[in-house]
Design a protein around this ligand. Structure first.
Ligand SMILES: Nc1ncnc2c1ncn2[C@@H]1O[C@H](COP(=O)(O)OP(=O)(O)OP(=O)(O)O)[C@@H](O)[C@H]1O
Length: 221
């Protein structure tokens, strides 16, 4: 699904990582670790087609990454919503499907059905009509996972989605990603910070493999 070969990324004369080789197969759960500034978000940007490698190659499903691809779902870091945003959870998920067509038109019936299904899947149906600003952090992150899964992606990229959630919601959000790969074979790339003991971490026990970009950078230096 994802392949990087001898990949190097630099901003100007600052090399973020060098000589990275990586293969993520269907249904695989890759955890990406590394200190601040080690290039975790930049790796996701490369996979999203928002950044080009400085050298080396990257393919997603056999092709160069492409912006806005339906193949990829993306869950961002938890941030609050702008106060008085006139959107409900259901609208945010719909934006994941037809955001490029957003306008006064009502959703198509198949879009409406997909939104319902994905909200149900992540356990967010009961707050589907609540304005986003009234949701708790954990509820909002569940809705963002639903939005990322709305196009039935083959790859799920998660950029530290657990930050500032309590332990229970960290576990719930991590398990949503894990269930997705087990039930649908979606490849998961999950950027996270390990703070406590690895055994108690909500994500590490789910990983098939761990990429430590701090180590990668040291090893390649
Ligand atoms: N657009 C940019 N232009 C120049 N430098 C950048 C740009 N984006 C990121 N960087 C630099 O590249 C390095 C890697 O940034 P990145 O955000 O990928 O790291 P990260 O591992 O995700 O960090 P954090 O854990 O703090 O989120 C940092 O030193 C950052 O300042």
């Amino acid at each position: 699904m994802i392949r990087l070969q001898d990949a190097t990324l630099a901003y100007g004369d600052r090399t973020v990582w060098r000589g990275l080789d990586l293969h993520v197969a269907e249904g695989e759960f890759l955890v990406v670790l590394g200190p601040n500034g080690s290039g975790k978000s930049s790796l996701l940007k490369v996979l999203l087609g928002l950044r080009r490698l400085t050298s080396g190659t990257v393919t997603v499903n056999g092709r160069p990454p492409r912006r806005g691809s339906d193949l990829i779902g993306y869950v961002p870091q938890h941030t609050g919503v702008v106060p008085r945003t006139p959107l409900r959870a259901r609208d945010l998920v719909r934006l994941g499907i037809d955001g490029h067509r957003w306008g006064p038109r009502p959703p198509r019936p198949e879009t409406r059905r997909r939104v319902e299904a994905v909200l149900r899947d992540v356990g967010a149906a009961q707050f589907a009509d609540v304005p986003l600003e009234q949701l708790s952090g954990g509820e909002l992150q569940r809705v963002r996972v639903a939005q990322a899964l709305a196009t039935d992606p083959r790859i799920l990229l998660c950029d530290e989605p657990l930050l500032s959630l309590d332990a229970e919601h960290q576990r719930i959000v991590a398990e949503l990603a894990d269930r997705r790969r087990r039930e649908h074979g979606t490849a998961v790339v999950f950027v996270t910070h390990v703070t406590g003991s690895p055994a108690d971490d909500p994500v590490l026990p789910l990983a098939d493999r761990v990429l430590d970009l701090g180590e990668a950078r040291v090893a390649a230096a």
